[in-house]
Design a protein around this ligand. Structure first.
Ligand code: GTP
Ligand code: MG
Ligand code: ZN
Length: 338
């Protein structure tokens, strides 16, 4: 392709021209005004799969432009693309811009390891998936996922799967005081899954699925997204553990609108990045009773003179709800994996 006039060059020209790497880039910005908006749906070894709205809607493979520097681009990011955005086999576009994220689901690898990982960008909802059996539910992991969602301003939902194997009512009762919408799914007689209880919560929203390996995240995604073909893996009968079948996050479009993001099974959800004092903000009814708390009170069970204890004694708040709030708060200080 002939080199274009200076006025219209883009950063591709800059890259091949030696000695220009340190020039100010501001002059190049206008070339990006016509960058095409896309959504990152998968990331694999430096290649980004992006969905471009039509017409015609298409899937484009891209790399990041050098000017993005070391900024990580993750699934869910809204990006600007230039170059070959045809989506033809073998074509490669470039991501020149990452739009500001409205929400970020982060986790710290472990509470002792302060390195934060951005799991997914821009999710509106977090579907915390747990099986009622096979593998056994791990309430502390559920609690920690809920804390991460509340902290990030992402709406949490609880999905209890495999209700064909055991009665979910006890598990559901544990979470009832939190007022988190809850759905239950189970295998049908023909071995399939009826995803409709979940699907109605997901329409027109971007929802990320998280949970322990083997709880049935990919099975649900497959039941909702025709042609998704996410691999699923039987839970190991000896250890009762999932096999970590899914190995990276992938966003898939729901047929009636919205996106689901399937993620690999997690063993733990580190919360070192979470500020405990912020958790109360997700509980407006409780927060209303904290005006007279001592300065710096995070409202835990052993907090001296916490207004929540007065409110409980006066019958203004519900004890089960207060207990649930304080359990979640305490989960921030426990080991990530237990
Ligand atoms: N009995 C029963 N089995 C289910 C149900 N949902 C999923 N399974 C089975 O559970 C196993 C694990 O399902 P997956 O969908 O691979 O689980 P996952 O959460 O994606 O696991 P990772 O990708 O490893 O994180 C598979 O053998 C599924 O067939 C259910 O509702 N009932
Ligand atoms: Mg999976
Ligand atoms: Zn307090």
């Amino acid at each position: 392709m002939a080199r274009r006039a200076t006025a219209s060059y883009d950063e591709r020209d800059v890259k091949v021209r030696p000695g220009r790497g340190s020039r100010p880039r501001s002059k190049l910005r206008p070339a990006h005004a016509n960058a095409r908006p896309g959504l990152v749906t998968a990331v694999d070894r430096g290649r980004y799969t992006c969905f471009l709205d039509g017409p015609p809607a298409r899937v484009v493979t891209a790399m990041t432009a050098r000017e993005l520097g070391r900024k990580a681009v993750v699934v869910g990011d809204r990006v600007g693309l230039v170059g070959d955005v045809s989506g033809q086999p073998g074509s490669l576009a470039r991501i020149v811009r990452v739009e500001e994220r409205s929400t970020v689901l982060r986790r710290t690898a472990d509470d002792d390891d302060p390195v934060e990982r951005v799991v997914v960008a821009n999710p509106e909802q977090l579907l915390v998936v747990t099986a009622v059996a096979d593998p056994e539910p791990r309430p502390r992991l559920i609690d920690r996922c809920l804390v991460a969602a509340f902290d990030a301003g992402i709406k949490p939902l609880l999905c209890v799967t495999k209700a064909d194997l055991a009665d979910p009512s006890q598990l559901l009762a544990t979470y009832a005081p939190l007022d988190v919408p809850t759905v239950v799914t189970q295998a049908t007689d023909d071995g399939g899954i009826d995803p409709s209880p979940v699907a109605e919560h997901l329409r027109d929203r971007v929802t990320v699925f998280v949970g322990h390996s083997g709880v049935g995240k990919s099975t649900l995604v497959n039941a909702m997204v025709p042609g998704a073909h996410r691999a699923t893996g039987a839970v190991n009968v000896v250890t009762g553990r999932g096999r970590h079948t899914s190995t990276s996050a992938v966003a898939l479009a729901l047929p009636d609108g919205g996106w689901v993001i399937d993620t690999p099974g997690i063993r733990s959800f580190g919360l070192a990045h979470v500020e405990p004092a912020r958790l109360i903000l997700a509980f407006p009814d409780l927060a209303a009773e904290t005006a007279d708390c001592p300065r710096g009170c995070v409202h835990g069970a052993d907090a001296p003179e916490c207004g929540l204890d007065d409110a409980l004694a006066a019958g203004r708040i519900d004890g089960a709800r207060l207990d649930s709030f304080r359990r979640l708060l305490a989960s921030r200080d426990r080991q990530a994996g237990d």
